[in-house]
Design a protein around this ligand. Structure first.
Ligand SMILES: NC(=O)c1ccc[n+]([C@@H]2O[C@H](COP(=O)([O-])OP(=O)(O)OC[C@H]3O[C@@H](n4cnc5c(N)ncnc54)[C@H](OP(=O)(O)O)[C@@H]3O)[C@@H](O)[C@H]2O)c1
Length: 208
């Protein structure tokens, strides 16, 4: 299987890349840190996923490396904690861009290089439980991601999964003033669960 992972350089993205490579698949990664990905896969592309021209160029390069892709994954994301009264427009835009607009840009650019059966996988969050002081931008972005995914499913014949992990021990937690819950998963455990869900043919929202 040929796998395209957008935003692969984070904790979950790296674990998913490692899992797919270990299972014998060809993985092309797009991230802002391609050199960090070289130990996991030789197929690395650099791009900021919030920049339309960079996303289009990255999809073109990916399609030259491998075609068609049998799976799309979007594992980029960003978070911050700031109450609405103090949240700057730039920070709001950064969180919406990383979690939501990048999903749109990369999904659109990927459509021509995906096989007709290729599922889309987005990393969502249990945003109903995240409607907490400080998390307006993150919770709104993840809620929007689910709406986007549902429309994508209706407009195409693709399976569209929104994987919603609880807590996973990654650098994302260094950006918020909350303690990592004791029951947090390791990134590799999350990757195992997601791999299983895909192989079982699951679709839609999946709480992992
Ligand atoms: N960890 C959890 O507990 C948890 C729970 C629920 C959902 N999630 C979701 O899972 C996804 C992965 O999170 P993670 O835990 O693996 O976090 P992470 O380790 O912080 O990784 C996030 C990655 O997204 C990348 N990224 C952000 N903005 C980008 C941009 N404009 N262009 C390219 N890459 C960009 C970051 O790159 P840079 O290093 O360049 O900034 C980073 O590599 C996120 O969507 C997150 O919301 C995580």
């Amino acid at each position: 299987m040929n796998v395209l992972i957008w935003g692969a350089a984070g904790g979950i993205g790296k674990a998913l890349t490692a899992k797919f490579v270990q299972e014998g698949h060809t993985v092309v990664t797009v991230s802002r840190h391609p050199s960090e990905m070289k130990s996991l896969t030789p197929h690395t592309i650099a791009a900021d996923l919030t920049q339309p021209a960079q996303v289009i160029a990255a999809a073109r390069l990916a399609g030259e490396l491998v075609q068609p892709f049998d799976l799309y994954c979007y594992t980029a994301g960003d978070i911050l904690s700031a109450k609405i009264a103090e949240l700057s427009p730039a920070d709001w835009n950064r969180i919406l861009a990383a979690n939501l607009s990048g999903a749109f840009l990369t999904a659109q650019a990927s459509l021509p290089i995906l096989s007709p059966q290729a599922p889309f996988v987005f990393l969502g969050a249990v945003h109903e439980r995240l409607r907490l002081p400080g998390l307006s931008a993150y919770a709104a972005a993840k809620a929007g991601l689910e709406a986007f995914a549902e429309v994508l499913r209706k407009e195409t014949r693709h399976r569209v999964l929104v994987a919603r992990p609880g807590a996973v021990e990654t650098p994302l937690w260094n950006k918020v003033p909350f303690s990592l819950p004791k029951n947090a998963l390791s990134p590799s455990a999350l990757a195992d669960r997601l791999y299983l869900a895909l192989n079982e043919g699951q679709d839609g929202l999946i709480d992992l």
